[in-house]
Design a protein around this ligand. Structure first.
Ligand SMILES: [Zn+2]
Ligand SMILES: [Zn+2]
Length: 211
């Protein structure tokens, strides 16, 4: 079966220095994450106003790392982690635009591209034709000021069933090696800055203050 799709979507940081492409947009998983860590991260970058939605959710487009490529500005690529065990959160240091979240282990090549780099003009909707409508709401207990709209359990399950096997299979096929976020030895291509306890506390306090 030919599962190769050639639909591509350009992404870039707000100032335009960091540019890239997301391939195979039809297989992407469109989700909104309401977890406190995503909120703290947006506050840490000073981008809460532009990154967090009405219920403090962060819209992400999940994909396999091999579908992500940078076309410019990788010298501006920076990486932060809220804690020593947290996700790697990649952003453009030129303008503090969140770009993507990845795991720490490159053998699990899930990449969640943050919407702020997928629609740098800020206004156009992220839905069709570029991406599926939102398929999943994650960590909904962290939503602020209301509950996210309920999506059918089947719709979420179907989205995951189409998505996760490809990620899991990459351990066997070695396709996780095709990633712009890790070098050939599995080391992150930018130095991971783990927040100091005081920085972390500051970001968490900003989340609480925004309630
Ligand atoms: Zn920039
Ligand atoms: Zn999150």
């Amino acid at each position: 079966m030919d599962t190769q799709h050639h639909d591509k979507h350009r992404f870039q940081c707000r100032c335009g220095q960091v540019t890239g492409e997301l391939a195979d947009t039809r297989s992407a998983l469109h989700a909104v994450c309401y977890c406190r860590d995503c909120q703290a991260y947006a506050h840490h970058l000073g981008q809460a106003g532009s990154v967090l939605g009405a219920l403090a959710g962060t819209e992400v487009v999940g994909t396999h790392a091999r579908n992500v490529s940078f076309t410019g500005g990788t010298d501006q690529l920076a990486c932060v982690s809220l804690t020593g065990k947290g996700l790697l959160r990649w952003y453009a240091r030129c303008c503090n635009t969140p770009l993507a979240n990845t795991g720490r282990d490159w053998r699990m090549p899930y990449v969640g591209l943050v919407h702020s780099c997928l629609r740098p003009l800020g206004s156009e909707p992220l839905g069709p034709p570029a991406f599926q409508p939102v398929q999943m709401h994650l960590e909904t207990a962290g939503a602020r000021g209301g509950k996210p709209p309920a999506l059918g359990g089947w719709r979420q399950a179907r989205a995951l069933l189409g998505f996760m096997p490809r990620i899991a299979a990459s351990r066997l096929t070695g396709s996780y090696r095709r990633t712009p976020f890790f070098d050939g030895a599995g080391v992150p291509v930018a130095t991971v800055q783990v927040l100091a306890p005081a920085e972390h506390a500051h970001a968490v306090a900003a989340v609480e203050a925004a309630a």
